[in-house]
Design a protein. Structure first.
Length: 132
């Protein structure tokens, strides 16, 4: 376990990069139908898919590179919580296996954790901190 502890900053960065890359795909699916099935109807001036898509495609890439990590992660955590309560909780509040809300809950708490600890060693934020 000492080996993992020694690499914790790098593991946090890899986790941030992978999570952001996967999260961005939610936005690209809504807007471009890639990868995946078309998301119809698409209304840019709606909460979902409109606002959600805008946040996924603007804050997702910032999170991917680790720029304004804490702020982006905090907003995306809130977006994921809203997605859970708007789209999944109506089918079952607590049982995510039943309501299909597992990804939303996991993203919510993963992003909340990143808002608390930052982007890790391999982030633009860390690069700016080193220069200051």
């Amino acid at each position: 376990m000492k080996i993992l502890a020694a690499w914790s900053a790098e593991i946090l960065s890899v986790t941030r990069i992978v999570a952001a890359f996967m999260f961005i795909q939610h936005g690209t699916t809504k807007l471009f139908s890639f990868p995946g099935e078309p998301y119809l109807p698409f209304d840019l001036f709606s909460i979902n898919p409109g606002l959600a898509c805008v946040l996924e495609l603007t804050l997702g890439p910032l999170l991917l590179i680790g720029l304004f990590t804490r702020q982006c992660a905090f907003v995306l955590s809130g977006l994921s919580a809203a997605a859970y309560f708007m789209a999944h909780a109506q089918y079952s509040l607590l049982w995510t296996k039943i309501n299909g809300g597992e990804p939303a809950v996991l993203y919510c708490f993963l992003f909340l954790y990143m808002a608390a600890v930052g982007g890790g060693k391999w982030s633009v934020d860390n690069l700016f901190l080193k220069r200051a």
